[in-house]
Design a protein around this ligand. Sequence first.
Ligand code: GLV
Length: 371
Amino acid sequence: MSQRVRVFATCDIGDSLNILRSKGYDLEVYPHPEAPPKSLIIERVKSGIDGMITTLRDSIDAEVFEAGKDTLRVVAQIAVGFDNISRADANRFKIPFTHTADVLTEATAEFAFFLMGVLARKMWPAEDLLRDNRWGYWHPYLPFLGDEVTGKTIAIIGTGRIGLAMIKKCSGFDMNMLCFDPAYENHEYIKAIQEINNLRHQRGMCREKTWIRYTSLQEALGNSDYISLHVPLLREGESKTPTYHLINETTLRMMKPSAMLINTSRGPVVDENALARALRENWIAGAALDVYEKEPLPADSPLRDPAIADRCRLLPHFASASRITRLSSDPDKGMAGRCVQGLIDVLEGNYGGDITQMPYVVNKEAFGTRS
Ligand code: GLV
């Protein structure tokens, strides 16, 4: 009797797992909503599983890859970001890992856009006022006013998939855009957006001509009303252009006092202590965060300071959390479906078994081309 393929999922990712069950895989799913302890992951990997489904909460490091060096054939992560997975160690042991890029691009970008709107138009303090029975009258400027995003300037920091999708959405709101990317510039895309902006202006759809261009980090931060982060988390030594604490005391001080920061990328891109201070001392006007240096956000985080609650929106790593995006079993629509398909591609040797041809594998560099 042939051995069944064994897979351990560190989290229940929904109905897409039935695809594996219906193929006869031996599937074990960690049954609790929180992440399993590292010791359990190591133990499962040592037990000889062929594949593992992981979330961004699991640390998949040298110890895990070492434990799986003779048996583990693939790690399939349900996320686009993979800073929890040691690429260097995956490569050292020649274990491919996959991610779920693309299917969450629009959901994440629109969430960043909505966060900007919630912050700019002070929707949370306004609702709080109403619920608190402090809405005494309609008045032209009391108790406070927000700011529109239309016609304003946004810095797009990071122009990968999600940054470009954010640009597309901001262009629909007649925003000017200063783009910065430490590693990759897509001038074709920026040119296309400018052409669309020009056409909208020519056809009388917007009064002012809007513009978009690449620039330096300093210029982008210093001249924007909103700053939205879309870079991957890369620590010192992982890249020539690390992004860890890219937003720190120095870069926060470059921003205008009226600027607002939006982070839907990874928490450690922002130095939270510096940000809390910037908000307390009004170096900038607001921040909306979906991701944190430590998740879940600790009870004693300075970001929870009630003194900055009116200008600091805090969401629970939620940007890709829409039904289709998170759970569809269609690999072209859902993270769960794409995660399962990435796992299957490797375990069943799709694409002629050539890992470099598998669309969802990240660390293709470890596998060279087949002769
Ligand atoms: C979510 O944060 C992801 O990386 O997919």
